[in-house]
Design a protein around this ligand. Structure first.
Ligand code: PHE
Length: 451
């Protein structure tokens, strides 16, 4: 049977943007901008995207589209009988590993959407609202049930297939995500006292720029574009030969970046308006923001309830499109290599991820005693994946395309056999970045994370 493909350029870009736009854009980027020098950080971030992330994106794209295969199949075709198959295996393992704890957070966002719809943040006392999160995640059944429902939603999209599932869902949700985040940003910047937040985001502050800033920008850009875990390889394997890789890569990078910027204006001004210090991570979206919605509901109950609902809907959708891409990597493997039906492959991946995710979900409650250096299971999963697995995956991608593949094939794929406009002019510089610059930058991030 012929392998499914994305319908065209728009479908492919929306699917890739769906993967890229995720929790990282919402709970980490805004805070990072403020803490790393505002406008200066934004410029450094753009440079990091051009010098590190896009080259890796292109390297993954080249592997995926050249072979039209899942990650292991791709290695079997490009480097048969070599240890590179282990790189393929890593690229399939990592996303499933990540999906298991990412979906736990997906479950939390579902819970918060339900709470927002039941007007919890409007009616309860603000301080109480803040403590809801700790109470919720330490429970046993609540988080487990919502995590399961969330993962079933992801499964539902995957079962629809590449075109009728992933592509259709992305075409529907990506425009919606932008509309939602713009509405929230307009609301946020119009709140009294929000100007301090705007200043926090844009004022260039060289004093905050340190070597750590560079590492933060590189790491965030890399994570935000969903690199180093076989996603771009897998999605590119569904992209038609006539599509221009350069257009696809830049469109993905730009939409991811734009969303992160708008999300910053949706969140930080509101945080400042409430007189709170911004932070990052789950605390920001599940404690600080509900607190703000609740405080605002004293003066504008209707509007703040609507914004709370829209906000958690945004989080949920952003997480879902990313999760779909994570699950697809594994499903593609079982379909291509093990000749399984898409439905059976999806159910198998669901079962594996559910089992690992359930453990992560319980690691805040019944299993909270299981720790390593003070980290619970959820944190161990997160740290091991973000600081280690992804970076290894990214590095191996660069080495493979830059040093192992022959240059003529790389050029042929990057330029769509010479037909992709503008790609011939960009090839030499991109190849240089893949071969030399990006590996050094990624190496720096790796060492810095280790220290
Ligand atoms: N790129 C996503 C984000 O910014 C993160 C992600 C990680 C997505 C892993 C898929 C897989 O949140």
């Amino acid at each position: 049977m012929e392998r499914e493909k994305f319908g065209g350029r728009v479908g492919a870009i929306f699917a890739l943007a769906g993967s890229a736009i995720g929790l990282g854009n919402i709970w980490r980027f805004p805070y990072m901008v403020g803490e790393n020098g505002g406008a200066v950080f934004i410029i450094i971030y753009i440079a990091a995207t051009l010098l590190l992330s896009l080259p890796i994106f292109f390297a993954e794209f080249i592997i995926g589209r050249r072979t039209q295969s899942n990650c292991i199949g791709a290695m079997k075709k490009l480097a048969p009988g070599t240890a590179w198959k282990w790189f393929g295996a890593l690229s399939i393992f990592t996303p499933l590993f990540i999906l298991s704890y990412y979906s736990v957070v997906g479950g939390w966002s579902l819970e918060y959407l339900v709470q927002a719809c039941s007007l919890t943040f409007t009616n309860a006392d603000a301080v109480e609202v803040r403590s809801l999160f700790g109470e919720f995640i330490t429970g046993t059944w609540g988080p487990l049930v919502l995590f399961t429902i969330y993962l079933l939603l992801v499964l539902g999209v995957i079962l629809g297939g590449v075109r009728k599932g992933i592509e259709k869902f992305s075409k529907l949700t990506i425009p919606l995500l932008f509309v939602l985040v713009v509405i929230i940003a307009i609301y946020s910047v119009s709140l009294p006292g929000s100007s301090a937040g705007i200043e926090y985001l844009v004022r260039p502050d060289w004093g905050k720029v340190t070597p750590a800033t560079l590492v933060n920008a590189l790491g965030q850009s890399f994570y935000s574009m969903s690199l180093g875990m076989g996603i771009i390889i897998t999605y590119s394997s569904y992209i038609k030969k006539q599509e221009n890789p350069v257009v696809t890569g830049f469109a993905t990078g730009v939409s991811d970046f734009l969303f992160a910027i708008i999300a910053s204006f949706a969140i930080i001004p509101a945080v400042f308006s409430a007189g709170i210090e911004p932070g990052a991570g789950p605390g920001l979206i599940f404690e600080t923001l509900p607190f703000i919605f609740s405080s605002l509901s004293e003066t504008m109950p209707v509007l703040s309830s609507i914004i709370a609902i829209l906000f958690f809907l945004t989080i949920l959708i952003a997480a879902l499109t990313s999760s779909v891409s994570l699950m697809e990597v594994g499903v593609a493997y079982f379909v291509d290599e093990k000749k399984m039906k898409r439905s059976s492959a999806s159910l198998l991946v669901f079962a594996v991820v559910w089992a690992a995710g359930a453990v992560c979900s319980l690691s805040f409650g019944p299993l909270k005693g299981v720790t390593l250096f003070g980290n619970n299971i959820f944190d161990i999963f997160d740290k091991f994946a973000s600081n280690f697995l992804l970076l290894i995956g990214g590095m191996l991608t660069l080495v493979f395309v830059g040093w192992k593949m022959d240059k003529a094939s790389v050029r042929d794929e990057f330029t769509s056999s010479g037909k992709a406009r503008g790609s011939r002019r960009l090839f030499e510089s991109t190849y240089f970045l893949i071969k030399y610059v990006a590996p050094v930058l990624l190496g720096i991030v790796f060492i810095a994370n280790f220290l």
